[in-house]
Ligand binder design. Structure first.
Ligand SMILES: C[S@@+](CC[C@H](N)C(=O)[O-])C[C@H]1O[C@@H](n2cnc3c(N)ncnc32)[C@H](O)[C@@H]1O
Length: 302
C-alpha cells in the first residue's frame, strides 16, 4: 500500500508502538520475513506507517477544530460513533484482518468509541494511551486476537482476559460466550478496573455484567484467575518475558491461549493445549505490547 492510502482508511501517519503489530522499517521487515514462515497478512497495508517512539501520542485532529464535549454531543445525537465504528470494522474486513462474520458482528456491537478516553480518535487503527502507562490495543490487534480465539469463544465457554485494561475485549468475549458462559477480566490497576466496568455498562454487554457472567477483577494476571478455571480461551494483553505457568495450568484441554512473549522483540504466541494435556506453541506475528509486569514497575514506567 502506498503512503497516501493510509489516510483513506483513517490511519494516522504516526502510531504509538504499543499494542500493535510491529510496524517495522524495511530492514526489520526483511528480517521478519526471513524468520517467520507465515507472512504478516497486513504489514504494508494497515500498518504501513513509520514506527515512532512509544511515548508519542498522535494528536486528535479534531481537538483543533472543536471541543470534545461538543463532539460527544454530536456523536450522541448523530449516532456518528456507531457509523464510524462500523466503517472501521468494514476496513478491517476489507484488509483481511477480520475474516469471520462472528468477529465482525461482535466488533460492530461493541463500539470502540466507548472505551477510548476523550481527546483520542477512537476509530483510528492505532493503540491509544489510557493512563497508568497502559494503552488500549489497536483495533487490528483486537480483531487478530478475536479471530485466533473465536472457536474457543463459543456459547457456554469460559474466557480469561489478562490485562483487561479498558475492558473492550472482555466485553467482546462476554457477548460471544453468552450468559451460559463466563468472561473474566484481570487487571492490576484498580482505577482501570473501575473505568472498564463503567465503559462496559454503556454497551450491550451490560446485562451480562449485571447478572455475573462477565466480571472484572483487580489482580496480578500472571497468576490467572483460578476461581473460574479451566478456560477455553485465554487472552493476554501485555507481553510476558515467558509464558506464565499458572496460565498454562488454567487452560482447559482443547483450549487456546494468545499471548505476546518477549521483551524488545516480541511475538504473538498461540498456545494450544491438546486433549491429552500436551502443549503446542507457534508464533503468529511480531508485535509490540506493554510489558506484563508488577504494578509498581508499570507505574514507575517499567
Ligand atoms: C496493552 S494494555 C491492553 C489492554 C486491553 N487489552 C485493551 O485493549 O484495553 C495491557 C494491560 O495489561 C495490564 N497489565 C500489565 N501487567 C499486568 C499484570 N501483571 N496483571 C494484570 N494486568 C497487567 C496493564 O495495566 C494494561 O492495562
Amino acid at each position: 500500500m502506498k503512503m497516501g492510502e493510509s489516510a483513506r482508511i483513517g490511519m494516522p501517519f504516526f502510531s504509538i508502538a504499543y499494542g500493535c503489530r510491529y510496524c517495522a522499517p524495511l530492514k526489520q521487515l526483511v528480517a521478519f520475513t526471513l524468520l517467520h514462515r507465515r507472512p504478516p497478512p497486513f504489514l504494508g497495508t494497515l500498518s504501513a506507517h513509520p514506527l515512532t517512539p512509544s511515548s508519542f501520542c498522535p494528536p486528535n485532529p479534531r481537538l483543533f477544530t472543536g471541543n470534545s464535549l461538543f463532539l460527544r454531543m454530536e456523536r450522541f445525537w448523530s449516532r456518528g460513533g456507531i457509523e464510524e465504528n462500523k466503517t472501521l470494522v468494514e476496513k478491517l474486513q476489507h484488509y483481511g484482518v477480520i475474516r469471520s462474520r462472528k468477529v465482525a458482528e461482535v466488533m460492530e456491537t461493541i463500539d470502540r468509541g466507548l472505551f477510548v478516553p476523550d481527546g483520542n480518535p477512537p476509530y483510528v487503527d492505532s493503540p491509544m494511551q489510557i493512563g497508568y502507562n497502559a494503552t488500549i490495543s489497536a483495533p487490528h490487534m483486537h480483531a487478530t486476537c478475536l479471530e485466533l480465539l473465536k472457536e474457543n469463544l463459543q456459547p457456554g465457554m469460559h474466557a480469561l482476559d489478562v490485562g483487561s485494561g479498558t475492558g473492550y475485549l472482555t466485553a467482546c468475549f462476554a457477548l460471544m460466550v453468552g450468559p451460559q458462559g463466563r468472561a473474566v477480566g484481570v487487571e492490576h490497576i484498580p482505577e482501570l478496573v473501575t473505568s472498564s466496568i463503567e465503559n462496559i455498562k454503556k454497551t450491550p454487554a451490560a446485562p451480562l455484567l449485571k447478572e455475573g457472567s462477565l466480571s472484572i477483577h483487580v489482580g496480578d494476571g500472571r497468576l490467572g484467575w483460578p476461581e473460574f478455571a479451566p478456560y477455553d480461551a485465554i487472552h493476554v494483553g501485555a507481553a510476558a518475558p515467558e509464558i506464565p505457568q499458572p496460565l498454562i495450568d488454567q487452560l482447559k484441554p482443547g483450549g487456546r491461549m494468545v499471548i505476546p512473549v518477549g521483551n524488545v522483540f516480541q511475538d504473538l504466541k498461540v498456545v494450544d493445549k491438546k486433549l491429552d494435556g500436551t502443549i503446542s506453541v507457534y508464533s503468529e506475528t511480531s508485535v509490540r505490547y506493554v510489558p506484563l509486569t508488577s504494578r509498581d514497575a508499570q507505574l514507575r514506567g517499567y
